[in-house]
Design a protein around this ligand. Structure first.
Ligand SMILES: Nc1ncnc2c1ncn2[C@@H]1O[C@H](COP(=O)(O)OP(=O)(O)OP(=O)(O)O)[C@@H](O)[C@H]1O
Length: 247
């Protein structure tokens, strides 16, 4: 290795650094994956010890297990791998593309949410930040309209064509309606939590967006951000969160 030219050694280290970085990012962003990987490491250690100490039957059985481990890992972790890849490959918007809504947009969103909550009309509104939500908008119904309380209320009115799924807001525009997100499988939340709230939580785990949820069942308003769900008891609190988020 020491006879090699310096650029080769540097490239070697760089590639290893990238691999280690992606591996650690995978593991840190997914606790379940971390525990599966730790169990596999444990099996490898036992296998290594049984090989070293010549425990024949055990090392033979463990040899079979170990040779199948990568495939077993991929099968078990397929949904988590997909989720983690989405985190790793999510695109950030360039500085020129990045826009946050105006004061008027904030007011319109809060007015709409408060009205929908008072009528117990279910809603899911996601506000984009740096990470683009294009991949979700592409599969939804594009609107590109100004944000207004009336349009938002109309979208979520039950039995209308756009009321299912999420609305995505980009800057001062309603980008689309009827967007579908990957549901969160966070075990810390009640197992009975419905798909609307799991979808809001899911998108907040993999992007830096903020999602406002109105429950059809209870009329409660919540905000999903950075993988946590927060109850918003009143208009002022919701406004406070939007002010912090849309800076
Ligand atoms: N993957 C998804 N992405 C976006 N929206 C979704 C998704 N799955 C379901 N929804 C929306 O959630 C609605 C169903 O909500 P559900 O009752 O299961 O959830 P919930 O969290 O209990 O909400 P609520 O308290 O309003 O009943 C659907 O009509 C649809 O509009």
């Amino acid at each position: 290795m020491f006879g090699e030219p310096i650029w080769k050694i540097a490239l070697d280290f760089y590639i290893i650094w990238i691999l280690v970085f992606f591996l650690l990012k995978f593991l840190i962003t997914n606790k379940r994956m971390l525990s599966v990987v730790l169990s596999f490491v444990f099996i490898y250690v036992i296998y290594y010890i049984s090989n070293l100490t010549d425990i024949l039957a055990a090392s033979q059985i463990l040899g079979y297990v170990v040779s199948w481990l990568p495939i077993i890992l991929i099968i078990i972790m397929a949904p988590d791998l997909r989720r983690s890849l989405e985190i790793v490959w999510k695109q950030d918007k360039s500085k020129e593309d990045f826009e946050m809504g105006s004061e008027r947009t904030k007011q319109q969103v809060v007015d709409a949410v408060m009205y929908l909550a008072s009528q117990s009309i279910g809603a899911l509104i996601t506000i984009e930040k740096h990470n683009t939500l294009d991949q979700y908008a592409d599969r939804a119904i594009m609107l590109n309209s100004d944000v207004s309380k009336e349009i938002l209320i109309n979208i979520f009115t039950p039995n209308t064509p756009l009321h299912d799924g999420a609305v995505i807001i980009r800057g001062d525009h309603i980008l689309c309606a009827g967007s579908y997100f990957v549901l969160s499988d966070n075990q810390n939340y009640d197992k009975t939590m419905g798909s609307r709230h799991r979808a809001g939580l899911g998108i907040s785990e993999i992007t830096d967006s903020l999602t406002i949820l109105v429950s059809e069942e209870t009329g409660n308003v919540s905000v999903a951000i950075e993988g946590i769900l927060l109850k918003m008891n009143d208009r002022d609190k919701l406004m406070e969160y939007l002010n912090m988020f849309m800076k």
